[in-house]
Design a protein around this ligand. Sequence first.
Ligand SMILES: [Fe+2]
Length: 311
Amino acid sequence: METKIARYVRLIKQALTDYKWTLYYFQMLILNPKYRKLIGSLFSYLLPKTPSNKINFQIQKDVQILEENGLLVLDNFVTSTQIEEMKSYLSTKLCIDRQRPGKETFLAPRFAPKSCIHAYYKLEDTVSIPHVLELANNTMILTIIEEIFGAKPTIAMIHIWWLLSGFDAQANSNERYFTHPGEFHRDVDDWSEIKLFIYLTDVDEHSGPHAYIKKSHTWLLPPKTRDLDINNPDFPMKDNFIKLTGEAGLAWLENSYVLHRSLVPKNKHRLIVAVTYTLFPLPFGPKVPLRSYSDPNQFDPYVNRIYLKCR
Ligand SMILES: [Fe+2]
């Protein structure tokens, strides 16, 4: 078991050797959403911007909804053909259980170990899968996010994973996701962070729907707190609780500071894509770009620099 001092030493070493860790730990010092927004907008002055972004009425409306509620559902964003092609690509790809690194890879959901809750596809598959990069770089999406950030976003992470139902409860007795099913959290990764989510399977009440607490991204939580239980009497948690159920293809943008979680699935697995947009690169993304491409007009080289190298 790591001692407190050993942990501090490890964190300091990490921060000194990689500027991404320094940025990451620095932003964790301030949790007040008002100050975080202010600091994010100050940093955005220094970062690249799109010279001629077209802000039409629809985008203005979408920005307003996302800023007010912390979440914006995207209508007709993904086609059923795109969903089928993504699922077909993934059908032969292997997953890993990130809670138990070092263990074997497996085809999910069919051959996932019983202990596994979240089965993740590998980074190289998340960047090579059809449609995800195109959807992540959709002009409307990037414009909405740039309007909120005040600068071009960075695609910091792309994840695709199964949330598995019927996992072994005993093997996960230390897993907060399972042991605290009423606990909602904020992601504290960067001063500004928005995620694009896309369901690749139909998601109902029983398949672990994503849930969030509307407008909670602006709430001032008790000091040093980044999560709240649904039964917390001091905040209107239940009044603002929303479950996202729908067919494969349901997509939304979410401010990562809104309180959220996936509910524990009862009898169906769920497959989801998440693209993380931040102001600064995160230490959790790939160390070097995983793919190269030749046309800078296809994908913005700055927005995509973590995953793609423009030749
Ligand atoms: Fe989260």
